[in-house]
Design a protein around this ligand. Structure first.
Ligand code: RM4
Ligand code: MN
Ligand code: MN
Length: 427
């Protein structure tokens, strides 16, 4: 299924006069503070969020999985789904593949299909946290860190193969998330695990093409519950520093211990120039992979305050970082959920762009704690929804993507094309 431009235009026409009123009001409000709303709208249009191929089907939990209908059955159908999202919001212009869940058979035709719906290929992800059929060595006790060199070799070769697939599609980065660790005290030697992992990563690093990066993602726990080899941003940074300039730290919002100050982690990584980008999601307890902004929108905003600050300081544009959603759902339509997530990201970005940074710095220098808090909360409490809508509209997207998704009965259409009992590959 494809969404045609005239369908989007018709939808926008029906909402335009109301939207214009809201936008003009927001613009005037911001002008009073010396902020040009059009600059914010422009920055929003440049902010693209990659969609992971594994978020397009129902995720399930370890207790069960309640399939949706019309889920994508192949890589082609996953590209079709992300194409639909991008047509609606113009902010999801790339897809991130997970190998071997998404092995591109014919690279050229996959690339043609993607470009026909204006998509690029984001980072490719390797998978050494599951055993695959016909695999010689098992990852039950680890992969890149394994005590047995044969297992490490297999895991290294897998990552190099993933780079090969990514190269064919025009990806520019390999994302590594390692589940390696231990479930019980005594099970593994921390230092040897680290060293084995470093050596394995060095081999993968050596296979990176000139213009590629490797993103090293950390996670505090799960599936291992006593120790994880790359457990936090410090370990990840240490690996990256030892590997070299092509390795950067990837922050997944759900991968911290409770109450971690993620915005401070972001500030530190950006200060060191080692932030690769983000896996956005939200959580209440652990790696819950909930819709972005659904639980802790203020934290998301505070993270964006640091991101914007860090980008300015480094003189780097937003498209030089890897922004991706990493979520997977059980109870929502995955496409509606992704539309909500992208919108939440753009809202937080817009709010952080309207923070009065000069005044904030002055308040900090004068130890005016009350004013500093007020400056941030003023921005957070400003309704920036009209700005996000305006940026989508100007780019050719819908003023209300979820409403249009529903009005066009996209899910029913997909079910008619694909059937009711489809199961997306991957998670
Ligand atoms: C992990 C991690 C990785 C993702 C897998 C599916 O928890 O977030 O980024 O590739 O899940
Ligand atoms: Mn992740
Ligand atoms: Mn995760």
């Amino acid at each position: 299924m494809r969404i045609e431009q005239y369908q989007i235009d018709q939808h926008n026409d029906s909402l335009l006069s109301r939207h214009n009123n809201h936008f003009i009001f927001a613009k005037e409000q911001l002008a009073e503070q010396g902020i040009n709303a059009d600059d914010v709208v422009k920055a929003l249009a440049d902010f693209q969020v990659a969609i992971p191929s594994w978020a397009l089907g129902t995720g399930g939990t370890r207790f069960g999985r309640f399939s949706g209908v019309g889920e994508p059955r192949s890589l082609e159908e996953k590209i079709e789904d992300v194409g639909l999202l991008h047509a609606l919001n113009r902010s999801s212009g790339s897809i991130s593949l997970h190998i071997p869940w998404d092995i591109p058979g014919q690279a050229q035709s996959i690339m043609d299909l993607a470009s026909s719906v204006n998509l690029k290929f984001d980072a490719v992800n390797s998978n050494t946290f599951q055993d695959q059929k016909d695999q010689e060595q098992s990852y039950k006790f680890g992969s890149l860190s394994h005590v047995d060199p044969k297992v490490r070799k297999q895991a290294v070769e897998h990552n190099i193969e993933v780079i090969k697939y990514g190269k064919e599609l025009g990806s520019k980065a390999l994302s590594i998330w390692l589940s390696d660790g231990s479930c019980f005290p005594g099970q593994s030697n921390f230092v040897k695990s680290f060293q084995n992992t470093l050596e394995s990563l060095q081999e993968i690093y050596a296979a990176l093409p000139e213009d590629w990066k490797v993103y090293v993602e950390y996670k505090a726990y799960e599936p291992n519950f006593y120790s994880t080899v790359i457990q936090d941003w410090g370990s990840s940074l240490l690996f990256c520093q030892k590997l070299g300039p092509k390795a950067d730290v990837l922050v997944d919002l759900g991968h911290h211990l409770p109450n971690a100050n993620i915005e401070q982690i972001v500030a530190t990584l950006m200060m060191e120039g080692r932030l690769a980008g983000f896996h956005f999601n939200d959580s209440k307890y652990g790696d819950d992979d909930l819709t972005v902004g659904s639980i802790r929108p203020y934290m998301l905003f505070l993270i964006f305050v640091e991101l914007v600050e860090g980008m300015k300081r480094a003189g780097r544009a937003s498209d030089t970082y890897a922004w991706m959603i990493d979520a997977s759902h059980n109870v929502k339509d995955p496409l509606e959920d992704l539309l909500q997530s992208v919108e939440a990201i753009l809202l937080a970005y817009a709010q952080s762009l309207i923070v009065d940074r000069k005044k904030l710095e002055q308040a900090r220098n004068e130890n005016d704690v009350v004013l500093a808090q007020q400056i941030l909360q003023n921005a957070f409490r400003t309704d920036v929804r009209p700005l996000v809508r305006e940026s989508m509209r100007l780019a050719g997207g819908a003023l209300d993507p979820i409403a249009l998704f529903r009005n066009l009965s996209v899910r029913t259409e997909l079910m008619n094309e694909r059937g009711g009992l489809t199961v997306a590959t991957g998670l």
